[in-house]
Write a protein that binds this ligand. Structure first.
Ligand code: MN
Length: 206
């Protein structure tokens, strides 16, 4: 299998593309320092092991294949690598600002409206203590869930299929927003790639 199986992806837009909602400096540091850092440490952890042949998401979906002494590093650094891979694709400078077709319908059925869904998502994002992520994901029964994950824990490790996420580590917003996490969350709705979320939803439910 290719040795480039786990590589830093290019962003699908420029560093300044998400301004004014996320500034260029934050995006650049986030991608070239934080994301790269997780990848480097992850690659170091799996160096010389059988895990090197596997894509990070495959490993995170089944942590039982990971030797005990590597577990913490894989969860933290493999998780950090994978979560950010997902995150860049769920953002776009050309957001439609609303979910599309099938996911839209599903959100309206399960949360009663898009507005109610946004309220609940924001509440989960505001109440996450410390560093972590909030996700919209499909569970094993193909129902939607909004969940918090701590640190760089991956939703893949608890059997969820992620559709959308917000990075709630301070490194994701501090330069622009400092302690104003609520403002960052409110602005997040302007840059969501609902086409990608719809694509994933259809992929998981077909
Ligand atoms: Mn981050």
């Amino acid at each position: 299998m290719s040795e480039n199986i786990n590589v830093l992806p290019k962003l699908p837009y420029s560093y300044e593309a998400l301004e004014p909602y996320i500034d260029k400096k934050t995006m650049e540091t986030h991608h070239t320092k934080h994301h790269q850092g997780y990848l480097d440490k992850f690659l170091k952890a799996i160096e010389g092991t059988e895990l090197k042949k596997l894509n990070v998401n495959v490993i995170l979906k089944d942590l039982s294949v990971v030797p005990e002494k590597l577990k913490t590093s894989i969860i933290n650094n493999g998780g950090g690598f994978s979560n950010h891979n997902f995150f860049w694709d769920i953002l776009t400078p050309n957001s439609t600002k609303e979910p599309e077709q099938n996911l839209k319908e599903k959100i309206e059925i399960e949360f009663s409206s898009f507005e109610k869904f946004k309220e609940e998502f924001k509440e989960k994002a505001l109440t996450l203590f410390g560093s972590g992520w909030v996700w919209l994901a499909l569970n094993k029964e193909n129902k939607l869930e909004i969940i918090q994950t701590k640190n760089q824990d991956s939703p893949l490790s608890i059997g969820l299929k992620p559709l959308l996420t917000i990075d709630l580590w301070e490194h994701a917003y501090y330069l622009n927003y400092q302690n104003k996490r609520a403002e960052y969350i409110d602005n997040f709705w302007n840059i969501i790639n609902w086409k990608q979320a719809e694509y994933l939803f259809n992929l998981y439910t077909k």
